[in-house]
Design a protein around this ligand. Sequence first.
Ligand code: WTA
Length: 634
Amino acid sequence: MSLSSQPHTFRLSPADYGHLVEQATVAPEQYWARESTRLTWSTNPSQAHCTKDGWFPGGVLNASVNCLDRHLEKRGDQHALVWQAEETDRVVTFTYRTLHERVCRMANVLRQQGVQTGDRVAIHLPSVPEGLIAMLACARIGAIHVVLFGGFSPEAIADRLADSGAVLVITANMGRRGPKRIPFKTTLDAALDLRLEALAVRHVLVVSVTQDDVDLTTGRDMWLTPLLNEAPADCAAQDMPASAPLFLLYTSGSTGKPKGIVHGTGGYLVWASYTHELVFDHQEGDIFWCTADIGWITGHTYGVYGPLLNGGTILLFEGMPSYPGPGRWWSVIQDHKVTTFYTSPTAIRALMREGDEVVQRHDLSSLRVLGTVGEPISQEAWSWFNDHVGGGRCAFVDTWWQTESGGIMISPVPGAVREKPASATLPLPGVHPVLLDERGAPKEGATEGVLCLRGSWPGRALTIWNDAALFERTYLQPYPGYYFTGDGARRDEDGYYWITGRVDDVINVSGHRIGSAEIEDALATELAIAESAAIGVPHDLKGQGIVVYVVPRDNAPEDLHVRAAKAITSKVGRYAAPERIHVVPDLPKTRSGKSVRRLLRKIACGETEGFGDLSTLADPEIVATLIALIQVPK
Ligand code: WTA
């Protein structure tokens, strides 16, 4: 699409954008110093680059003040948050003033429960306003929030509670997913029982999302609402250094152990505000809907921080895309006049299947910007979303970034960067991608390689909680002098980037990052399994699906498939359930005993030739054995 066919007025022209790129490149210190003034600081930072103490050293600020207090004068009565419940006729709105009050009450409750500045507080909630309120309440008192995705199994929750040392957990009696009830509290109880001695959790606060009763452990558990109603409606905000951790968020990498990515306060907030304004062309009166769960980084940066920092209005929807019937999401856009809609390719693929008519029945003319994140989007899905949902009128931002980057890194900027369907296009001003060959040498021009980033940017994660060495090993050491993203990419003759997917052993299932090692570690707990390998294969709806190979021990029971599946869902969560489990006599391995995933991937995709030189395998015959053994569904 050409820029001129978009009828909207966008904030930036191509010339403005070019100017930003130039300034950010020629005079980065001045550029970021200026961008830092988007925030309100108690003490201004003395420098605007990355130091050993992170970005903006000397700066002191509070995140909740930046999201709420400073807007009160001008926007006190403007909606900050509009919550659309599962029921069509239930909408709860918060103005900046009422949200501020709610956050202050919650902060006071946390203080009353003994939470100190620097303590970790876990948040384990469905898509209800209390999630966002709890995050900002933590920020208000300088506690570090750790949001745990609702789909985690008890073991996954217990591991994260143990690693973070969380002292308090906020959960719900139940979550709702369409007609289903999700037992948040029971799942948390199971997690707490699993690792009782290893955990620091002293209190559990329970939000009543449904009418369901749940067991409360005396002395530990309390309903949240009565505490909130009694708490004072004002709470002084804690001043925090720019480099103080604002939150931890666990994500998967190529080791089995999930990593607690640590984001700081000053740099992260500058990045959230900068990227939200630039990429979503934020304008007065916008209604911003990000469909991501707050359990993921997208839900943090664009479901909470970015829009509030910029004085926007957030729409939060409790429900699913197609409940109670097809087209529910389109009704939400129509009813709330959403201007900016940010979702995932996985959701788009599922919605496409409902057919075009469902979309056409709705008035989606309020939309101005469409965005996607989390996985590569196909040209087909891009065009469908652009034409049928955006009516060909909207800017389309395919945004590439990751938990560790804090916010968007490569993306079109509406009105300023010409889109190409399914390309993340160009780096934002101040972001410097490079493509490297295997030996770490930069490749110039139109080419393909390992995607790394040169220099730092304000949103970059500070470290990994409890494991600074792992941060260095994972991101900084693989390609000295660069930050390693874990992704591969192609650059075309216009300098546009096309993300090709992970180059490490991370599988991307419906936008959820799952480490092969995480699955293999889970399988290793099943005694009847001698060894295993998990790989990703293309999947029509999910982007990638997981295929698992397991090698049984002697005398393994008949129901090994069932046991293997159970080991994965109980250790990781249902979202990691494999598509197929193959019980095999052995795996293709190098002589040093490493399984060769490239071969396993080909076999799982039903390929029967082109395996290359197999002579370096410990047992070259195994490849033919596996091909003969494995039935790949068409
Ligand atoms: C993938 C989500 C292609 C990528 C914000 C990255 C993408 C991982 C895109 C991060 C995109 C994210 N096109 N792939 N636009 N955006 N990815 O940490 O592999 O949950 O490394 O952060 O998702 O996933 P994470």
